[in-house]
Design a protein around this ligand. Structure first.
Ligand SMILES: Nc1ncnc2c1ncn2[C@@H]1O[C@H](COP(=O)(O)OP(=O)(O)O)[C@@H](O)[C@H]1O
Ligand SMILES: [Mg+2]
Length: 378
């Protein structure tokens, strides 16, 4: 079979004809690849009549999302609910806040399937704002926290039954541990001091790994709608004011614990060296950033947080770092079947980063608990 290279003209013509399936008034001037997301294919669509009028066109990654129509139904449920709650935030006066809307197809559907089965959707564009790949400073951290708090607050009373669970088992650490046990029991053909360190690391924490799920079982924590991927590059920051204006990337909205989101946000944002560093000994959880994020978060989230919710914040941060390390470590032992890797040791290096981060979180347990305690009473 020969692979025919499409000319850039053909590609732009077909992207334009895909964009024109949607009910986006006027003729399409241009469709360009956009942003630095690494799951879906994202394009910026510009209108001929007014180049300031834009929309976001995305081809959903169906390797990751096996039932893309369910994520669209979740987006709809989310948006209809937001329409009724947007006005009740703590400081709506003067503060810009936008939720991208679904743009339907001309046939009235919320998505379009191309002849090869590709799944396309369009949303409104949030103007004059950008996402960043890393935290720039304390203020940016506060805005990330604020945005997550506002997002949770807006959907805290959306019944979880109205959302499909599109990623079953996501952040249920005991399930990842059970998978790890199967992989280890099946045997793996590697040995090194780093593997020994990883095995000991997991063994020492396994009894505690069900801490959040146990709390759910005891009725101390309850399921609420969550974002599922509250990273710094999913929060749009206004170009002029520097304030957060939108939380995007709603593909992973599902029922869960707000602790999963808080833990994941803190885990990713408070590790300035990032997930891919090889300077393992320098990996550190930055409590100053943690404080800024939690302070911003609680500006909006305070009204729905219970006493028990606060009690488990420290465990959540520690657990989500541990869990990601466990997932990388398992994938390494299994032969790199899940995460995309650059080389055979990549997942081991990623696991070591998360395990070091977990150790840094543990070493600063008292400081993190003190930050939560101070926020709780303020
Ligand atoms: N509605 C929007 N308005 C403005 N920019 C957007 C919008 N949606 C996505 N983007 C930009 O496109 C990037 C990728 O989109 P995202 O939905 O996060 O895809 P992925 O799932 O691949 O991360 C974002 O980081 C952001 O920069
Ligand atoms: Mg994204």
């Amino acid at each position: 079979m020969t692979h025919v290279q499409l000319s850039s003209l053909d590609v732009s013509t077909s992207l334009r004809s895909i964009a024109e399936q949607f009910d986006f008034v006027g003729e399409v001037l241009d469709v360009q690849r956009y942003g630095s997301g690494n799951v879906n294919d994202t394009f910026l669509v510009t209108l001929a009549s007014d180049p300031r009028e834009k929309a976001i066109l995305q081809k959903v990654n169906q390797q990751v999302f096996r039932h893309p129509e369910l994520i669209i139904l979740n987006m709809r449920a989310f948006m209809e609910h937001i329409g009724t709650t947007n006005g009740r935030c703590a400081d709506t006066q003067g503060r810009r806040w936008e939720t991208p809307d679904i743009i339907s197809t001309k046939a009235g559907a919320d998505y379009w399937r191309d002849p090869e089965g590709g799944f396309w959707r369009m949303t409104t564009f949030v103007k004059d704002a950008q996402t960043y790949d890393t935290i720039r400073d304390q203020r940016h951290a506060g805005e990330i926290g604020y945005a997550l708090g506002r997002f949770h607050s807006l959907i805290s009373d959306l019944p979880v039954e109205s959302l499909y669970d599109t990623l079953e088992g996501f952040h249920i650490t005991p399930r990842y541990l059970a998978h790890y046990d199967v992989v280890v029991a099946n045997g793996y053909h590697k040995s090194s001091p780093d593997i020994e360190y990883g095995r000991d690391f997991v063994a020492q924490r396994r009894a505690w790994a069900s801490v959040l799920e146990d709390a759910v079982r005891r009725g101390e924590l309850m399921l609420r709608p969550i974002h599922g991927d509250p990273k710094v590059n999913n929060i749009l920051i206004d170009d002029v004011t520097g304030q957060a204006v939108s939380v995007i990337d709603l593909d992973t909205v599902k029922p869960g614990l707000v602790h999963y989101d808080i833990g994941d946000c803190l885990r990713s944002c408070c590790n300035p060296l990032g997930e891919e560093t090889e300077a393992f000994d320098a990996v550190r959880f930055e409590t100053d950033l943690c404080q800024a994020i939690l302070e911003g978060y609680l500006t909006e989230a305070r009204h729905f947080m219970t006493g028990k919710d606060y009690d488990y914040i420290y465990d959540a941060v520690r657990l989500i770092a541990f869990e990601l390390g466990l997932r990388f470590f398992t994938d390494y032992l299994e032969g790199n079947v899940y995460f995309r890797t650059k080389d055979a040791e990549h997942n081991l290096r990623r696991a070591l980063v998360q395990f070091r981060l977990t150790e840094s979180i543990e070493a600063q347990a008292a400081a993190i608990r003190a930050i939560v305690a101070a926020q709780r009473i303020s």
